[in-house]
Design a protein around this ligand. Structure first.
Ligand code: FAD
Length: 332
């Protein structure tokens, strides 16, 4: 039976998840790197890909029972795992149903955003054209209020179904209750909350052919302005106008980021510091888009964290603006 030291003191004995009865296999020591777009991360102690909501919930309940921490993984396009991996259970929900009604789409959390975008276009529901090429799943998009070309998750999402492990029940959240703001939602940093599905409601209709034309143009633009290869998209969120103008370090003010228009791109700030092309270990600041960190070899989380420190220091020294990570850095 495996044992792990917790906080370097007490030794806690975990039962193996395999002893519990699940129709989904719970695998052990699964290397996480291939499940992320960064291709970084050691093995998860336990790893499961449940296909039903019930199975996701029983896995979470069993993990709590055995005092095993849980990480929910979507498409892994905004996640940076630890080099030692994850000392708990990684659940990668394979809930991919997308159901279209007259003016709405109900999508399960593991459905790729691409699937939702295509379903909307197919049924002439307009609003998501700007999301063409946005990677990841519905779960990741809702949690981080993902957005592109002026449309954020909060603009179309009307409700979400969430399992709350602490309360041990499924709850329906309205858009308001999800407290969205720039790259933020109520479910962020709450590992006890598992998004099961989300409903997107559309106000406009536009014929499929026209949508496909618009999407083609947007995709071409996206592909030419972003580097290919192993990365996790933008490493930092964009500082808001208030923070930039008043030279107030972000996080030291009560200003609601939602009320502050975005004005400076983090990529531009990094570029202005002359950092494009800088390398640490296997990590390079993209020469195409300075907010993208590229894994150009066998990059480690340690390399990425060193690069984050270097970038933050340079940007702060130059503009007195503090950058904050958009990518979720997961502890071991
Ligand atoms: C090339 C590239 C371009 C990108 N462009 C954009 C862009 O234009 N705009 C943008 O906003 N983002 C962009 N991103 C970032 C990323 O695609 C989005 O943040 C996306 O929404 C993340 O989804 P995911 O499923 O991959 O999340 P993951 O990386 O798998 O997870 C991210 C977080 O969400 C949580 N999570 C995932 N599923 C659930 C669930 N069911 N319940 C609860 N929590 C969950 C995870 O625990 C984790 O904390 C880009 C990334 C890449 C690699």
């Amino acid at each position: 039976m495996p044992t792990f030291a917790r906080r370097g003191k007490t030794k806690i004995q975990y039962k193996t998840m395999k002893q519990a009865k699940f129709s989904t296999p719970v695998r052990e020591n699964v290397v996480l790197a291939p499940y992320t777009s960064f291709n970084i991360g050691g093995p998860a102690r336990f790893f499961a890909e449940p296909k039903t909501q019930e199975e996701c919930i029983s896995l979470m309940e069993e993990a709590r029972h055995q005092r095993i921490k849980v990480f929910i993984l979507g498409g892994g396009t905004n996640t940076l795992f630890h080099d030692k991996g994850f000392r708990g259970l990684v659940i990668r929900p394979q809930l991919k149903k997308v159901c279209v009604t007259e003016n709405s789409i109900i999508a399960e959390s593991g459905a790729p955003i691409a699937q939702v975008v295509q379903a909307a276009a197919k049924h002439s529901l307009s609003g998501l054209e700007g999301w063409i090429g946005l990677p990841g799943t519905v779960g990741g998009a809702v949690r981080g209020n993902a957005g592109a070309n002026g449309v954020e998750t909060k603009d179309l999402l009307t409700s979400a179904t969430i399992f709350d492990l602490k309360k041990n029940r499924i709850e329906e959240y309205s858009q308001k209750n999800l407290k969205f703001s720039y790259r933020h939602s109520f479910i962020k940093n709450k590992p006890e909350l598992l998004l099961l599905s989300a409903t997107f409601t559309f106000q406009k209709k536009l014929e499929t052919k026209k949508q496909q034309e618009i999407m083609k143009e947007i995709l071409t633009k996206r592909l030419s302005s972003q580097p290919k290869g192993k990365n996790a998209g933008c490493m930092f969120t964009n500082p808001t106008r208030v923070h930039a103008n008043r030279r107030v370090p972000w996080g030291k003010t009560s200003v609601d980021p939602d009320s502050a228009q975005l004005c400076i791109s983090a990529g531009k700030l990094i570029d202005e510091c002359g950092l494009k092309g800088t390398r640490i270990g296997g990590i390079e600041i993209s020469t195409i888009h300075a907010n993208f960190l590229q894994n150009i070899g066998a990059a480690t989380q340690k390399d990425v964290l060193s690069m984050i420190t270097l970038i933050k220091k340079n940007v702060y020294n130059m503009r007195k603006i503090r950058l904050h990570e958009e990518v979720q850095v997961v502890e071991y």
